[in-house]
Design a protein around this ligand. Sequence first.
Ligand SMILES: [Zn+2]
Length: 461
Amino acid sequence: MTKETAITAISDYFDTGAFTDELAGLVAFETESQNPDQAPELMRYLREPMTDRLSRMGFSCEIHANPVASAHPILVARRQESADLPTILIYGHGDVIRAQQDQWREGLHPFRLKEEGARLYGRGTADNKGQHLINLAALEAVLQTRGALGFNCCVVIETGEETGSPGLAEFFEAHKDAIGADVLIASDGPRLQPGTPTLFMGSRGGLTFDLVVDLRDGAHHSGNWGGLLADPAMILAQALSCITDARGQIRVPEWRPESLTDDIRAALRDLPIEGEDGPSVDEDWGEEDLTPTERAFGWNSFAVLAMTSGVPEAPVNAISAKARATCQLRYVVGTDPAEILPALRRHLDAHGFSAVRVDPCETGLFQATRLSPDHPWVRFVAGSLTRTSGQAPHILPNLAGSLPNDVFADILGIPTVWVPHSYRACSQHAPDEHVLTSVCRDGLRLMAGLFWDIGAEETPR
Ligand SMILES: [Zn+2]
């Protein structure tokens, strides 16, 4: 039995339609974690398809209540072969973002998988059901071929990632000794380009907050009071204009990272940023002295997610009382998250905007993490993927998006290597979410090859 046998087995799993059928079964669970009515569905996802599959593969499964009372359960499955072997931790999330059912294209339904040409449509196909299914199926192919994995494996499937993974950090803090993993190998997010495997080793952090200008009770007639009453929307717009310049370059001094060092620049230098299908990058937007790749992966970005004053759908002739913008900073390693809002407060005050309130939002904070592209585990995984696919992967120090990677990197203190199985135009977090069949098939083969190699070769210790 050889690595080639395992890779042939996993190719057959895809080519016979078994992968698509199994993914369709997972997509049918309406696991929206942002919708309180679907809480039973989250438990059912862990109890039925995940526990069934992992038990069949010789894992002992336990579903844990979340340490945060209102938050969702966490499945821990363990397959122990020998205390002398390394332990690989695999993570995935069974919950999905809101379905947005009425916004999907005619003929598509978020919870009914549909194959159309080279695509599989359905909520969670990319984020994250398709990705953890690929990894579990690849593990099974190695197990069936070799009769053992050749390593110990711990699989953690949580169900609250789309609400900011509440309780996940507390859970790992309490269970870190029992988990005792040597490395995290997991899959989420997109490849840089669909035809080339990608590795990333961390993510940017994200902090969401509201800027509020709340001047008085109720609106007042714009004829009688215009020119006499301060306009909250104008004050808010002026305040926003001091946070960045006209091309979005950040002006808050503490928000400008100092971690874009020469080695990170070198790692990013030759990576492509534009794939097929996605919108084209606005070359004259963002930090002027940086390349687009450095802007997305090596720098912080500020965004206004939504803003309102008065009633935009039904304007009236009145000076409104209140204006609000929901804003976000995506930040790289080196920006202290505890200092982000105090620094903004000082900046607004210094520019005369003391009337603008900064309200932190309760959810949506992930920490920034990063691992050197030269780490031995990165080299091991990259070497395996290169041998299986015949081409070197794109290697990113961190993803531009955010993940609960700090739980693994900081609490467990282990290296983290992510091998994403989606692509940038997959409409993740939007209607018409899908994966590419070519990337799914390739991902299955790459992961079967990687798990084979981990069980066959000397791994980093
Ligand atoms: Zn997501």
